[in-house]
Design a protein around this ligand. Structure first.
Ligand code: GRF
Length: 198
């Protein structure tokens, strides 16, 4: 059984779907750590309520990005994860850190990569006038929102959509895609999943 660590910065809705999958046996893995870089991340209490080990490592307590990443590395070494899932973890990690965990670290991004790397993906999708948008689970490398794509899920974009309505549609797909990809990776498969609109 694989050991999984999940890094969050916020409410953790994706994190909860991953925990559900591990609890229900759909994902052959056990959660060994949920870690947040934000003290006020609501997801930490939700994970603790499920008896999952948690840790808060406030990035604001570190003068340099490298110092935070070194402390993050040590916390992960203690947890001994086989796979690290970034789930709404809003930190850019240093190349020195990503190099140590490359091949064992994945992220969910709210766009159909390589389109709309970075922030504000839903507003940018609407401004670009795309008819299809979605989310991507990819391997984490030193390049932001780059790395091998393990799965994508789509949503239609309508003229009535706002960034908020699009974000809500994409989040539903994120909650389907992330557990499906993690389940494949925990079965030692290298997935390339595509999920259509619900
Ligand atoms: C998700 O939309 C994810 O794609 C983005 O941040 C959001 C986090 O949501 N990176 P949650 O904390 O998992 O609810």
């Amino acid at each position: 059984m694989k050991r999984v660590a999940i890094l969050i910065s916020g409410g953790g809705s994706n994190m909860l779907r991953l925990l559900d999958g591990m609890r229900d046996g759909a994902i052959d893995a056990q959660p060994v750590l949920v870690l947040s870089n934000k003290v006020d991340a609501g997801g930490i209490a939700k994970a603790a309520a499920r008896d999952v080990p948690t840790k808060v490592l406030p990035h604001v307590d570190y003068a340099k990005r490298e110092d935070f990443d070194a402390a993050l590395h040590d916390a992960l070494i203690d947890a001994r994860p086989d796979i690290i899932c970034l789930a709404g973890f809003m930190r850019i990690l240093t190349p020195g850190f990503t190099a140590k965990w490359e091949g064992r670290m994945i992220n969910i991004h709210p766009s159909l990569l390589p389109l709309f790397r970075g922030l504000h993906t839903h507003r940018r999708a609407i401004e670009a006038g795309v008819a299809v948008h979605g989310c991507t689970v990819h391997g984490v490398t030193a390049e932001l929102d780059d790395g091998p794509i393990y799965g994508q899920a789509t949503v239609p974009v309508t003229p009535a959509d706002t960034p908020e309505t699009l974000a809500a549609k994409v989040l539903v797909q994120e909650h389907r895609l992330y557990p499906a990809v993690l389940s494949e990776l925990c079965a030692d498969h290298v997935p390339r999943l595509s999920l259509g609109a619900v």
